[in-house]
Write a protein of this length. Structure first.
Length: 149
């Protein structure tokens, strides 16, 4: 697992969102972008994190931030998650894990004594020039917006 660091250029990516639209890093040139990776849509921790960002979305917008959520879920699952919790930002369905691997957040995990490969809950803040300005790997799901802002 080769996780990106502050000062690294964000990898160019292209993935489809919950509605089948193609989203690329280039679309956010000139904006600050929060990209949060989460293990699975509609699970308790991921829901808490996504809803905390939703509840602070206007603050992010007023400070010039766009937000993207990314997991390996299908477009259908992402769409259900977005609709159920009224999330105001796109969710990328990275089923082939190209974006997840480009950011280095896929790797071995331990949960309840079992080891398996999965997404490490990580958030990247990318500046207007496409450079990573912050990496948050110890995400507080219920208070994540405060960690970023």
């Amino acid at each position: 697992m080769n996780i990106l660091s502050v000062g690294d250029k964000a990898p160019d990516f292209s993935a489809i969102d919950q509605d089948g639209n193609t989203i690329t890093l280039d679309q956010y040139k000139g904006k600050k972008l929060v990209v949060f990776f989460y293990p699975k849509a509609s699970t308790p921790g991921c829901t808490a994190e996504a809803c905390n960002l939703r509840d602070n979305y206007e603050t992010f917008q007023s400070q010039g931030y766009a937000i993207l959520g990314v997991s390996a879920d299908s477009t259908k699952r992402q769409q259900n998650f977005k609709n159920k919790y009224e999330l105001p930002y796109p969710l990328l369905a990275d089923e082939d894990k190209k974006v997840i691997e480009a950011f280095g957040v896929w790797g071995p995990k331990k949960f309840m004594g079992k080891e398996y490969d999965g997404i490490h809950r990580t958030t990247f803040v990318i500046d207007e020039d496409g450079v990573i300005s912050e990496v948050i790997s110890k995400v507080k799901t219920k208070d994540h917006a405060a960690q970023i802002l």
